[in-house]
Design a protein around this ligand. Structure first.
Ligand code: AMP
Length: 406
């Protein structure tokens, strides 16, 4: 099936062609006709499946020409809002539609100017959007298309009351609403019944499984040796760009500092950094100025960082969903990625929870030549590690000579 058979407008199709997309992805194939038809939608798809285009392309097609604020896309984080803004601008390149974005952490001036100049599609984070509404800078009563993206993340971040207030401002009759969430906890289920009318439910692949193009493996190690193991993994991996996840901001700073000492081109992304620092970090990482980005979970959901070849969980994610989200940062769209998770004996229960969640056993790998120091607690996992190494050896396919150094 080709994009041009889906009923998108000519101008939007031109944008798609300019992006170099040849065929629609599974979620696009199913969502685009439904949204063009005017149906409300609940979508659950793995990250990196082309979700943004799945809702943006039909909405932009239906909007047609410039005519005032009619589409609102809510995102949980600034980075996601900025990313959706960029994607929509790309897709709308051959239309005269105006796309804008509002999020916190930066001044109001530029955002107000953009709003006053008139936009058709607005990407926003909840807090800043409500500020603009209370200041009279935004009126949502004209919204015809409402997209609630990454709702499970909104819930985690405590944004549900804000989202409710925002939906209440979207008073126009006949509004079409699309809600995306990887998981469906009861609070979101309730919201769904309230916000959506006879929605089509589109679920792509197994909700809980990581993207298929990612090879993932576990690396048991004692706490004291985690950093050494990370270093060895980086040295042996044939990586272009690596995203390293740390549980804490302090941990992220520490890892970055140590990697920096080892002459890796590294940058940190977490919420203690200013908005400008965060933009610089992301842009620099995307542009290849940094090979390694160390991040807390803020960066793990939905961020589209093309070309991330490796993800390393320096700490095991506390929630199994986060494992899937984090490793979804690599192997996006058609690319193939690798995901390594380092874990200590203290983190074994989290590993078991992840394996139950994804319904599969993840191979354990011991790195040959690494001087492991084991604690007694560790012996059982060591035994599993030896069995696991039969699945995929320590000299597995991903290890080559490290490519670049600063
Ligand atoms: P998303 O899941 O929306 O974050 O998209 C993931 C990545 O896939 C982005 O880099 C998109 O530009 C890319 N993408 C989206 N749709 C397609 C497609 N039909 N063909 C190739 N790449 C796509």
């Amino acid at each position: 099936m080709l994009f041009k058979e889906l009923g998108l407008s000519d101008a939007v199709l031109e944008g798609v062609t300019a992006m170099g997309y040849s065929e629609p992805t599974a979620i696009q194939l199913r969502s685009i006709p439904a949204i063009l038809d005017g149906t409300d939608l609940i979508g659950s798809a793995q990250t990196g499946t082309g979700k943004t285009a799945a809702f943006a392309l039909p909405i932009l097609s239906k909007l047609g020409a410039h005519g005032g604020l009619r589409c609102l896309i809510l995102e949980p984080t600034r980075e996601l809002a900025a990313q959706v803004d960029t994607a929509c601008r790309d897709y709308a390149r051959f239309t005269d539609l105006k796309v804008g974005v509002v999020y916190g952490g930066v001044g109001y001036g530029k955002q107000r100017e953009d709003l006053e100049a008139g936009i058709d599609v607005l990407a926003a984070t909840p807090g800043r959007l409500l500020d603009h509404i209370s200041q009279g800078a935004i009126d949502l009563s004209t919204i015809e298309y409402l997209v609630l993206d990454e709702m499970d993340r909104m819930l985690d971040m405590g944004f549900l009351p804000d989202v409710r207030r925002i939906v209440e401002h979207c008073t126009r009759k006949g509004r079409q609403t699309m809600l995306f969430s990887a998981t469906m906890p009861p609070q979101i289920e309730t919201m769904t019944a309230w916000v959506l009318k006879d929605p089509a439910v589109i679920e792509i692949g197994m909700r809980q499984s990581p993207a298929e193009s990612v090879t993932h493996a576990l690396y048991p190690v004692s706490r004291d040796q985690k950093f050494d193991l990370l270093q060895v993994l980086l040295e042996r991996s044939n990586y272009d760009s690596v995203l390293v996840f740390s549980r804490t901001k302090h941990g992220a700073d520490h890892i970055a500092k140590e990697l920096n000492k080892l002459k890796h081109a590294v940058v940190v992304l977490h919420s203690n950094r200013t908005q400008n620092e965060r933009i610089e970090a992301l842009d620099g990482f995307k542009a290849g100025r940094y090979e390694v980005m160390v991040a807390t979970d803020i960066a793990s959901r939905g961020l589209d960082i093309a070309g991330v070849t490796h993800v390393v969980n320096f700490d095991v994610p506390q929630h199994p969903e986060d494992y899937v989200h984090r490793i979804g940062r690599t192997g996006r769209a058609q690319a193939v990625g690798e995901a390594y998770t380092l874990y200590t004996a203290e983190e074994v229960t989290h590993i078991q929870a992840i394996e139950r969640f994804i319904g599969a056993k993840i191979p354990r790998i011991k790195i040959e030549g690494f001087n492991y120091i084991y604690t007694a607690l560790f012996q059982e996992e060591d035994r599993i590690a030896r069995i696991g190494s039969g699945v995929r050896s320590g000299k597995g396919t991903s290890f080559g000579i490290k490519k670049r150094r600063r």
